[in-house]
Design a protein around this ligand. Structure first.
Ligand code: NAP
Length: 280
């Protein structure tokens, strides 16, 4: 017979366990040495964690977001961590900003190897049929079209380096639409398709393209879900691990996909969501 104490310990809710996260510092990995990376929307949250991780693994990282003050603050803390970074303002919806971003990476560092398209907008919250066409257009302009254009604009520079790696940031909402975030969810589903659609042509150019779909991650973007004890409980109830993820837990996967450790992985959509159910 199984001892009762053993049974009780197995029944303990999983959120009572401490979780352990790898970090570049812990693993000592420098697998991105010599690479040049561009990460959009990287002054906070998931994008910032990705930029930091790519830098820790040896890449030079060009960070960006819409506000100069945010760029300056992020650059300061990344430089204090002794990482090789530069940065500028880039609103991904603006063609001239995107051009400056790519130009900075290539001019300052001689090329571009890694693109992480992480920016997203969500100007609408409510039932999908109440979404007006302006909000719909904005969501698709930023979340899908800008991602596509950034890839298109980066590709020639990757080709002149002999290849590269692209990572798009989607969402669990792309698999299981959130009822009050319908248009945003559809835009994230489009990124799963964009990854597949880009794969054959990018493969011809020795460029891999993959997509990471985070589950619930604690950032400003998701802060509303943690506003009250009740909303927190509801949000976590859908997640088998019974906790939100951290930006660092997304960054490690992006860094892996960007690196040669993932040299036989392309066209994949990877969920990082604590076991949250997903089905398209
Ligand atoms: P966040 O913490 O709110 O950070 C957003 C970052 O994006 C900031 O650096 C912001 O800086 C920048 N930004 C916003 N709009 C931009 C634009 N148009 N062009 C360039 N930069 C822009 O957000 P997050 O949670 O890290 O989200 C990052 C990505 O993960 C998004 O694609 C989101 O859809 C996805 N995601 C998040 C979660 C989650 O639970 N948090 C789950 C699934 C997927 P400025 O204000 O200076 O522009």
């Amino acid at each position: 017979m199984f001892p009762l104490t053993r049974l009780l310990s197995l029944a303990r809710p999983i959120n009572h366990f401490h979780f352990r996260m790898a970090s570049a510092a812990a693993t000592g990995s420098r697998r991105l040495e010599g690479k040049v990376a561009v990460v959009t929307a990287s002054t906070e949250g998931i994008g910032y964690a990705i930029a930091k991780r790519l830098g820790e693994e040896g890449a030079h990282v060009v960070i960006s977001s819409r506000k100069q003050a945010n760029v300056d603050k992020a650059l300061k803390s990344l430089k204090e961590a002794n990482l090789s970074v530069s940065g500028l303002v880039c609103h991904v919806g603006k063609e001239s900003d995107r051009a400056k971003l790519i130009e900075m990476a290539v001019k300052e560092n001689g090329g571009l190897d890694i693109l992480v398209s992480n920016a997203a907008a969500n100007p609408f919250f409510g039932k999908i049929l109440d979404c007006d066409d302006k909000s719909w257009d904005k969501i698709f302009e930023i979340n899908v079209k800008s991602a596509f254009l950034l890839v298109k604009e980066s590709v020639p520079h990757m080709v002149s380096r002999g290849g590269g790696s692209v990572v798009l940031v989607s969402s669990i909402a792309g698999y299981m639409p959130f009822e009050l975030l319908g248009p945003y969810s559809v835009s994230k589903t489009a990124l799963l398709g964009l990854t597949k659609a880009l794969t054959p042509q990018l493969t011809e150019m020795n460029i891999r393209v993959n997509c990471v779909a985070p589950g619930l991650i604690k950032t400003n973007f998701s802060a509303a879900l943690f506003a009250t004890e009740e909303s927190t409980k509801l949000a976590l109830s859908q997640i088998p691990m019974k906790r939100a993820g951290t930006p660092d837990e997304i960054a490690g996967i992006v860094s892996f996909l960007a690196s040669d450790d993932a040299s036989y992985i392309t066209g994949e959509n990877m969920l990082v969501a604590g076991g949250s159910p997903s089905k398209l």
